[in-house]
Design a protein around this ligand. Structure first.
Ligand SMILES: *Cc1c(COP(=O)(O)O)cnc(C)c1O
Length: 402
């Protein structure tokens, strides 16, 4: 059976060039970049080059890049580091209710330490309203943290406006750009971003490496201690192979985004249209237009997303329900609930996220197998039978009245 991977928002296959490039920094150029000898200097050179590539990809300066173990650590460092450094000025943080748990749970832990957090609501499409942000800002606000693109439903936030509002009040904006990097253009100056989180494995780089961009002048305290690496902002021996891989992956992503974004958007729209035409009681989750080019998120009424996932897996298709982190738990996605979906509809959600290796044939295969699966699962649902009967009855009544 052919296996089809459509879970690229969970992770991606490491690009072959990237993997090959990384091996060199394990077996040949293996020095510690903090060492003064030639082995160390060669490793340092690789780190410097990667730092420049990352900076260039987002319109930053190389010394504004802090390498971390990935997106989660970068989000933690941004939120916690800025909160601690600005404690004397205020204790209020503004974020949104649809953030990744790396931001949400960090905010919750800060609440236990005396910080106050406002979780902005979102509209039915998962979009933050800029009016709500304006109204939430107080003179005690020290950080705004709003993600660029949502990992579950793909909605892209009005980050440029959000950044302008925050900057107007002298408040730094952190944005989790883990899902947007490599899929849509991200430029820190264009978007008024002061801090952002990057994770290499979301754009064909290796897992366990990422970085935090921090604009010069932003006040931040480190949250880990033990060495002077990354100018003490993130101590620990640098992950040289990972950093080299991140550099190459982001460089390749910047080159291919112009071609990949429209390609994947075409597949995405084909799938959304194809599936919605063939199956009834389906809802598209997320914004219809302001949406990541690779994100398909649909709710199928009367069935569980988890059962859909298992059935798709048996057909060789890898997808996800909600986010990878929440699947396995029975709680419905906090993102879908924040968008106002009922528990029942939120439970029936399926996320298919495309990547550069997906083809039109694969999209068509999913469009073909999904209706059978949905039909079979719904056949076991008394609610579905009841609803179909009721709707049929209603439409007959309505027509006979005309
Ligand atoms: C994957 C993801 C993260 C976490 O990144 P890791 O490198 O896996 O720790 C954070 N935020 C978003 C939006 C993500 O999709």
């Amino acid at each position: 059976m052919k296996k089809i991977y459509m879970d690229h928002s969970a992770t991606t296959r490491t690009d072959n060039d990237v993997a090959t490039f990384m091996v060199k920094y394990m077996t040949e150029t293996y020095g510690n970049p903090s060492s003064v000898h030639s082995f160390g200097r060669e490793a340092r050179k690789a780190v410097d080059e990667a730092r420049e590539k990352v900076a260039q990809a987002i319109g930053a300066q190389p010394d504004e890049i802090i390498f971390t173990s990935g997106g989660t650590e970068a989000d933690n460092l941004a939120v916690r580091g800025v909160a601690y450094a600005n404690r004397k000025r205020g204790n209020h943080i503004i974020t949104s209710s649809i953030e990744h748990h790396a931001v949400l749970d960090t905010c919750k832990s800060l609440e236990r330490e005396g910080f106050e957090v406002t979780y902005l609501p979102v509209d039915e499409y998962g979009m933050v309203r800029t009016e709500d942000l304006k109204n939430a800002i107080t003179d005690r606000t020290i950080l705004v943290s709003i993600m660029h693109a949502n990992n579950e439903v793909g909605t892209i936030q009005p980050i440029k406006e959000i950044g302008a509002i925050a900057r107007g009040k002298g408040i730094p904006l952190h944005s989790d750009t883990v899902q947007s990097i490599g899929k849509i253009p991200v430029d820190v100056n264009e978007l008024n971003i002061d801090l952002l989180a990057i994770s290499a494995h979301k754009f064909y780089g290796p897992k366990g490496i990422g970085c935090l961009y921090m604009r010069k002048g932003v006040r931040m305290l480190p949250v880990t201690f033990g060495g002077s690496q990354e100018r003490k902002r993130r101590p620990g021996t640098l992950n040289v192979p990972g950093i080299a891989g991140l550099g190459l992956a982001i460089e390749k992503a910047a080159v291919s985004v112009g071609e990949q974004a429209p390609y994947q958007a075409r597949l995405r729209d084909r799938m959304i249209k194809g599936i919605m035409e063939k199956i009834d009681y389906v809802k598209l989750n997320g914004h219809p237009a302001e949406r990541l080019p690779n994100n398909v998120n649909l709710s199928f009424q009367f069935i569980e997303g988890e059962s859909l996932l298992l059935s798709l897996d048996m057909k060789g298709v890898a997808a996800s329900s909600g986010s990878a982190c929440t699947s396995g738990s029975l709680d419905p996605s906090h993102v879908l609930l924040a968008m106002g979906l009922s528990h029942e509809i939120a439970h029936g959600s399926l996320r298919l996220t495309l990547g550069k290796e997906n083809t039109e044939e694969e999209a068509d295969y999913v469009i073909e197998v999904l209706p059978e699966i949905v039909k079979r699962l719904r056949a076991m649902s008394p609610l579905y039978a009841g609803r179909v009967q009721a709707d049929k009855h209603q439409s007959e009544e309505c027509c006979s009245n005309v």
